[in-house]
Design a protein around this ligand. Structure first.
Ligand code: DX5
Ligand code: ZN
Length: 220
């Protein structure tokens, strides 16, 4: 059985107690945490940016998985590096020169990822796979937590799995949006390795128990 990485999305955490939430995740045996950065233009919502992430960096040892839902993310790569990001994920739809933006992240020595909206084809990252540490398949249209998993995402994950295996690439597959303990099994079976969960994670403390439930039900 393959062990998944669970990356809880702080979008559904208590923003007034972020330091406590990060500590509670660590206590619950969580290793990654997912930061949903929204600019109000690429997506309708606005969340937080590098200053908030930087303030929490020295309060937490977790792997900071930063999902940038931001137009022209190349403008902010240095700010996220300075904030202590361990991984920066940019949207293929948000930057005109995706390879250049990915190189910019890699050259800084941290992990680079590309996210694809539900309507975006895998073709946009096919040639880039050898340079990517992770591809994020969005299984909802980004902008809000608590939406319903889009069923055709499963076929997209399977096709990406095949593409990565055929190329012999090491790229991880992350899936984000509408994932619950009830629907995680087919998502992992399709090839997902890193699972993001916001609303169906943070609403159900204690986090260690919730993590165990996601992990147990991910294996069928
Ligand atoms: C959506 C975000 C997701 C979201 C997931 O724009 O990228 O990370 O917070 O939340 P749930 O698990 O509630 O769909
Ligand atoms: Zn996200």
């Amino acid at each position: 059985a393959k062990k998944i990485i669970l990356s809880p999305s702080l979008l559904s955490a208590d923003f007034g107690r972020l330091a406590d939430e990060l500590a509670a995740l660590e206590e619950g045996g969580i290793e990654w945490v997912h930061w949903d950065v929204m600019d109000g233009v690429f997506v309708p919502n606005i969340t937080f940016g590098p200053p908030v992430i930087k303030a929490l960096r020295n309060r937490s040892k977790l792997f900071f998985d930063c999902h940038l839902m931001v137009i022209k993310p190349e403008r902010y790569i240095n700010d996220f590096l300075d904030a202590g990001a361990n991984l920066i994920c940019v949207h293929a739809e948000a930057t005109s020169h995706l390879e250049r933006t990915v190189s910019q992240i890699r050259e800084a020595g941290i992990k680079a990822a590309v996210a694809l909206n539900p309507a975006t084809s895998l073709a946009s990252i096919e040639y880039l796979l050898p340079e990517l540490d992770m591809v994020l398949i969005m299984s909802v249209n980004p902008g809000f937590g608590g939406q319903v998993f889009i069923p055709f995402s499963l076929e997209k994950i399977r096709r990406l799995r095949k593409m990565i295996d055929e190329q012999g690439a090491k790229t991880l597959i992350q899936v984000d949006g509408g994932i619950t303990p009830e629907n995680i099994a087919p998502i992992v079976d399709a090839g997902a390795e890193v699972i993001v969960s916001g609303s169906s994670f943070f609403k159900f403390p204690p986090y260690g128990k919730r993590r165990e439930l996601f992990e147990t039900l991910s294996q069928v």
